[in-house]
Design a protein around this ligand. Structure first.
Ligand code: FRU
Length: 502
């Protein structure tokens, strides 16, 4: 399979136009196309990369294989797609941002990040290459950390001298995903790395000129044996705390935690000592507890906000959109804060730029199923205030068909003090091997606030101002757009404010 990498077409522009168009046209036929979430016009979308603010606009790149599902031979490599936006809502697609066209990245322009430097945007990413020096079948990875500069015309100039080359001594070829940041006039980056004993870690490196990089050492966070690889680490300081986000692979699920194929989350504590990598922190928290969330990346914008992007999807999971030759979408960007020592997340306020009709209702719920009034499409920002302290449980069904035999089910179980989202009855099943429910503890003796961003084929659920968040893809029949609610063994009070979105 790897031998196929040789002789690949390097630039999308060299693929016959009709092949590309065929893919885009097929993707357009999908009934699952999102309304306001970033997705690819064809092919696969993965990790957000280079998320930044530069030249008066937001820049978002992502892992992209435009012809991932096509029959076009010899073009399946990863590159970075490039988008820009003034408001984090309306994105302009600038096409291929970086392609895998040099000796340093010939087998994949893997994930990385960006930082404005002077009047340019510095990009730092992993160039993936495979070699088989010893024998025909002995392929192994040689990862290069690559630097590049993008000017105000969005022209990217790659640096041909690698910043760092793996495998480093004591580590395997899994060494990737640099996330750059600046502190006290010094540049730093954290990268995911695998030790020779096959445990994952994050490596801290630093530079004063962006060319010459030194290894500070591993981030010392007392998580020595925590999965076999940490992908996409991101270190930042927020509200006087240090936060290390990453995606550990190979964790066993524990109760209602770590249910997905790969995990996402963060360590939080004191600010990291950047001289030694010492990071005094507590235990690992899942950032998003839903079914589909991975490879998150943050940026700080000029308003001072810490903003999170992530792939609403997971590696190696098959999605029904593949039939239309595309997969993946981004979450709607979220603003982060620290509250009671934990990260809280909320959709950025610019969501209001999408507001159309508003529906308000106040209901007393009981055994009888009531339909909550809303428009006949699933693009909504739903804000709920729920008092279910007098009921056994309260149920909210989204993406429901007329007789509510199909739905995405949200259960607020007062008896068990638990929130559960169940995806088993939606229409098309996905990733069922990893379970059909996700849940968390929730104190339902008191009123709770629920916020749900719904789109054609996704839901992002925020509990109590984003203390717990669940993101997921939902693939239903086209006219499953109803909302139902009921409560059992007692009544519940519900106030709903629903904004339909353009
Ligand atoms: C995470 C990841 C990264 C890598 C990229 C390649 O999804 O595996 O570690 O850089 O995807 O597409």
């Amino acid at each position: 399979r790897r031998a196929n990498f040789i002789n690949m077409v390097k630039h999308l522009a060299d693929v016959p136009e009709k092949n590309v168009e065929r893919e885009i046209n097929l993707t357009k036929e999908s009934p699952y196309r999102q309304g306001y979430h970033v997705e690819s016009e064809s092919g696969s979308l993965g990790d957000p990369n280079g998320f930044s603010y530069f030249n008066h606009q937001y820049h978002l790149f992502y892992q992209w294989s435009p012809l991932a599902f096509s029959q076009t031979p010899h073009y399946t490599q990863h590159g970075w797609k490039h988008l820009v936006s003034k408001n984090l809502v309306d994105w302009q697609d600038l096409g291929a941002g970086i392609e895998s066209d040099t000796v340093l990245d010939k087998h994949g322009t893997y994930s990385g990040s960006a930082l404005p430097v002077g009047d340019q945007l510095f990009l730092m990413y992993t160039g993936n290459t495979w070699t088989n020096t010893e024998s025909e079948d002995d392929w192994h990875r040689v990862p290069y950390q690559v630097g590049a500069m993008m000017d105000k015309d969005n022209h990217v100039e790659k640096w041909m001298q690698p910043l760092l080359t793996g495998p480093l001594e004591g580590y395997t070829g899994h060494f990737r995903d640099p996330k750059i940041f600046k502190k006290n006039d010094e540049y730093y980056a954290v990268l995911g790395i695998q030790r020779e004993n096959l445990t994952g870690s994050a490596l801290l490196v630093k530079s004063s000129d962006l060319h010459d990089w030194q290894i500070v050492g591993e981030v010392k966070a007392k998580h020595e044996d925590f999965g076999y690889m940490w992908e996409c680490p991101d270190y930042y300081e927020l509200d006087n705390h240090g936060v290390l986000e990453f995606c550990p692979q190979g964790l066993e699920s524990q109760g209602n935690k770590f249910k997905n194929i790969y995990q996402n989350g963060y360590l939080i504590g004191q600010k990291m000592n950047l001289k030694s990598g010492e990071f005094n922190c507590g235990h690992f928290h899942e950032l998003d507890k839903g079914f589909d969330f991975y490879a998150m990346q943050t940026m700080r914008d000029t308003k001072g906000r810490k903003i999170l992007m992530a792939w609403m999807g997971l590696p190696e999971i098959k999605y029904p959109t593949e039939k239309y030759h595309y997969t993946g979408c981004m979450i709607f960007p979220r603003e982060l804060h620290v509250k009671n020592g934990l990260i809280v997340q909320k959709p950025v306020d610019e969501i209001k730029d999408l507001y159309q009709e508003e529906y308000d209702s106040e209901l007393t719920l009981d055994e009888k199923l009531v339909e909550i009034k809303a428009e006949e499409n699933n693009r909504r920002d739903i804000k709920l205030e729920l008092d279910c302290s007098q009921a056994y449980d309260t149920v909210l069904d989204l993406f429901a068909n007329e007789d509510n035999t199909q739905h995405l089910r949200l259960i607020f179980n007062h008896k068990k003090q638990e929130f559960i989202v169940n995806r088993s009855n939606c229409g098309i099943a996905i990733a069922e091997t990893y379970g059909v429910e996700r849940s968390c503890h929730l104190n339902l003796d008191q009123k709770i606030i629920v916020r749900i961003l719904q789109d054609t084929s996704s839901a992002e659920i925020f509990l109590n101002d984003g203390q717990d968040v669940f993101s997921m893809r939902v693939f239903t029949a086209k006219d499953n757009h109803r909302i139902f609610a009921s409560s059992h063994n007692g009544s519940a009070k519900l106030r709903a404010e629903i904004h339909q979105l353009r």
